[in-house]
Design a binder for this molecule. Structure first.
Ligand code: FPP
Ligand code: MG
Length: 329
């Protein structure tokens, strides 16, 4: 049976309720302005909240005193702000009018306002972080902003050249996704002042889970979406070569790769080309190979967890690995 997020959240249920209060108190403007409306919209359309769960479970798994302090909530808040701001900006960059089945901020209020809400959230991150005086946490978490931007630019650069190799792909997803997972896991440990060894273990756990998470995201792009009933194929529409396609290219001749690149270059404008790529990827088992690769990252994440003292929190992190590997949306 598939693992549910409720089951994973169970040991920190009360903390997550407190955290939700903290998020609203920290970010809501409580006035009638457009900015207030947009911030409320971003907060109410948040997704699975996996990153704050990672921060808290990693804090609890690292702590012998078994209690969360304000530092853990602060770390979870800072990570969540970065994630939300990056998605608001990502939808502007990708010109996407949907996020989690709802209209994106840019679709509702146009791109210039969406850029400003993202900027507003990032400036709140700085203010909240600096006013807290928890500079070790702030500097650890803020460093990830640079990495996220590097990842996005690297991705665009490769999309325009159609030359993404496996190593390039790993580098892109490490920067755009795994870095924030690794930061979340380490920030949890740092928030309870765990040892350097534990922080390093958490880093590796978060990194490998984040790599797997993005690979699943890229696989789901090719698969029939449970909500829309059709594959989104956003990646090839943006000429992004992701793992299912790379797995196939690695098994193809140079001539065949050239033919694939030619088809991908037509994807942004020709629906036939998109369908052709999907058929090739499905037929040549690109999804199956990508899933095998994803499982290797999940195994590495689990192996980091096995180095930690056993607890209900570590059990939950193990279930989270299974959840990420099996998720279908
Ligand atoms: C979603 O990936 C996007 C990211 C993981 C990172 C986005 C980062 C930036 C826009 C850099 C700027 C950062 C900040 C903090 C403002 P995706 O496009 O593969 O997934 P999707 O299908 O959810 O859009
Ligand atoms: Mg996107």
């Amino acid at each position: 049976m598939n693992i549910s997020l409720e089951e994973i959240r169970e040991p920190i249920k009360a903390n997550l309720t407190e955290f939700e209060d903290f998020v609203r108190k920290s970010l809501q403007l409580d006035d009638e302005t457009l900015l207030s409306q947009m911030v409320d919209y971003v907060l109410s359309t948040r997704g699975k909240g996996i990153r704050p769960v990672i921060v808290m479970l990693c804090a609890a798994s690292s702590s012998t005193i078994n209690s969360f302090g304000k530092r853990t909530y602060l770390a979870a808040l800072l990570v969540e702000i970065i994630h939300q701001a990056s998605l608001v900006h990502d939808d502007v960059i990708d010109n996407s009018d949907k996020r989690r089945g709802r209209p994106s901020v840019n679709a509702l209020w146009q791109s210039h306002n969406a850029v400003l809400v993202g900027d507003y959230l990032l400036s709140k991150l700085m203010t909240i972080g600096l006013q807290s005086g928890q500079f070790d946490l702030l500097s650890h978490i803020v460093g990830t902003l640079t990495t996220l931007c590097e990842g996005e630019v690297l991705q665009n650069d490769h999309a325009s050249r159609l030359d993404t190799t496996r190593q390039d792909y790993y580098s892109i997803i490490e920067k755009k996704t795994a870095s924030l997972f690794a930061t979340s896991a380490t920030a949890g440990a740092l928030s309870v002042k765990a040892s350097h060894d534990i922080q390093n273990t958490m880093y590796m756990f978060g990194y490998n889970l984040g790599m797997a998470f993005q690979i699943v995201d890229d696989i789901l792009d090719y698969e029939t979406n449970v909500n829309t009933g059709k594959p989104s194929m956003e990646d090839v529409l943006e000429k992004k070569i992701t793992l299912p396609l790379i797995e196939i290219m690695e098994r193809s001749s140079e001539q065949e790769c050239e033919r694939l690149r030619e088809i991908i270059s037509r994807c942004p404008t020709e629906s036939n080309a998109v369908e052709q790529i999907r058929e090739i990827v499905l037929h040549q088992k690109g999804i199956d190979y990508a899933r095998e690769t994803m499982k290797v990252f999940i195994q590495k994440a689990l192996s980091s967890l096995s180095q930690l003292p056993k607890s209900i929190y570590v059990d939950s992190l193990m279930k989270l690995c299974q959840f990420v590997a099996e998720r279908n949306n």
